[in-house]
Write a protein that binds this ligand. Structure first.
Ligand code: FES
Length: 138
């Protein structure tokens, strides 16, 4: 299987590997696992309370090269975005950017799920109601 240069670059030199303090209110943590393969990804964002933009994003992925590359790319894309903009990141954009082969599409889904998980955690900590939680409370 031939992997793209971009994928190999993110795999060999992953950006933003690390941990943010999950106890901070400004930090949201998403932890997800892929049932297909058992790989696990943790992705964290830090949101500026004034500008509401994501100032920091970190990840740790215990998984395949495509999952590592997907999460590395995701953290690059997250920085500078608002939470709403971040919610719009969809796994197919990652598939396209990294030219992931079909058997590796679920690796990018893991990254999208981790982003959504981190945002949900951040919103829950900061009392932001998502449409889903508003609907559930009625
Ligand atoms: Fe499962 Fe990549 S093989 S996340």
């Amino acid at each position: 299987m031939a992997y793209s240069e971009k994928l190999l670059d993110h795999f060999k030199n992953p950006r933003n590997v690390g941990t943010l303090d999950k106890n901070k209110n400004s930090v949201g943590t998403g932890l997800v696992g892929a049932p297909e393969c058992g790989d696990v990804m943790r992705l964290q964002i830090e949101v500026d309370p004034i500008t509401k933009k994501i100032t920091e994003a970190k990840f740790k992925t215990f998984g395949c090269g495509s999952a590592i590359a997907s999460s590395s790319l995701a953290t690059e894309w997250l920085k500078g975005k608002t939470v709403d903009e971040a919610l719009a990141i969809d796994n197919m954009a990652i598939v396209e950017e990294l030219a992931l082969p079909p058997v590796k599409i679920h690796c990018s889904v893991l990254a999208e799920d981790a982003i959504k998980g981190a945002i949900k955690d951040y919103q829950a900590k900061n009392g932001v109601q998502t449409e889903a939680s508003i609907a559930a409370s009625h």
